[in-house]
Design a protein around this ligand. Structure first.
Ligand SMILES: Nc1ncnc2c1ncn2[C@@H]1O[C@H](COP(=O)(O)OP(=O)(O)OP(=O)(O)O)[C@@H](O)[C@H]1O
Ligand SMILES: [Mg+2]
Length: 220
């Protein structure tokens, strides 16, 4: 049975697609089969997937497959009948309530990336309310974790963000994803940072995230 992980935050630009894509490849590098669903009408992840086809196959991990185009909420709901992958990652778009609600119904784990600015943290509240409302109706069984994303190295913002996140009363992943140029460069090439710069700090962070996510899924 597939484990379904969604990356959601109705706030735009917090790093959802970057995390979905790179976490997917990190899982594939650990020999898992991974399917990434693009649930964002902007089609960010589908575009990256198309860019990947330009690479020789030995430069990209073949264990990961992407939807060719963004899926509709109806298609997402059909995921409840699991296809043959160990992990399914769903990249949600910003402010797309219907797709986000469908995603919550099928997810085992929802990761909410938060960029460390007080305004961004505050805007995660609407996503959390959406999840809590789904949980109160019995419409989701998803575990929920916050993830510090686009942390600016050498600043105290991530620490302050952690303190603020505590008020949201949700667990925060230990791993933090920093703002790194290698992540932008790798996206341009259609590779993950693990393929583009395997020895980089950015790659290390995604390897740590992959391990922590698997641990969260195992916890009852
Ligand atoms: N950790 C990071 N380091 C450097 N750049 C990043 C990082 N995460 C995301 N970015 C850049 O920030 C921009 C937005 O990232 P991304 O598309 O992943 O966000 P998103 O939350 O999926 O946005 P949207 O809400 O529009 O779907 C992109 O240009 C991406 O390359
Ligand atoms: Mg996106």
């Amino acid at each position: 049975m597939s484990q379904i992980i969604s990356i959601a935050n109705q706030k735009g630009g917090v790093g959802k697609s970057t995390i979905a894509f790179n976490l997917g490849v990190a899982l594939a590098n650990s020999k898992h089969t991974v399917f990434v669903v693009d649930a964002d009408p902007q089609g960010t992840v589908s575009m990256w997937a198309k860019a990947r086809t330009r690479h020789e196959s030995n430069k990209i991990n073949p264990n990961i497959t992407f939807t060719e185009n963004p899926w509709t909420p109806e298609e997402i709901l059909k995921l409840a009948q699991p296809p043959d992958y160990e992990f399914i990652i769903i990249d949600c778009g910003p402010a797309n309530n219907k797709a986000a609600k469908a995603t919550l119904v099928v997810s085992d784990l929802t990761i909410i990336p938060i960029s460390p600015s007080p305004l961004d943290i505050n805007s995660a509240r609407s996503t959390i309310e959406l999840i809590e409302e789904g949980a109160s109706r019995g419409a989701t069984k998803s575990k929920i974790y916050l993830l510090i994303s686009k942390k600016i190295v050498g600043t105290n913002l991530a620490k302050e963000a952690r303190d603020t996140c505590e008020m949201l009363k949700l667990p925060i992943l230990k791993t933090e994803i920093s703002q790194r140029i290698a992540l932008c460069e790798s996206a341009i090439t259609g590779q993950s940072v693990l393929e583009y710069a395997p020895n980089s700090m950015a790659a290390e962070e995604f390897i740590a995230l992959e391990k922590e996510v698997k641990k969260c899924l195992k916890q009852s």
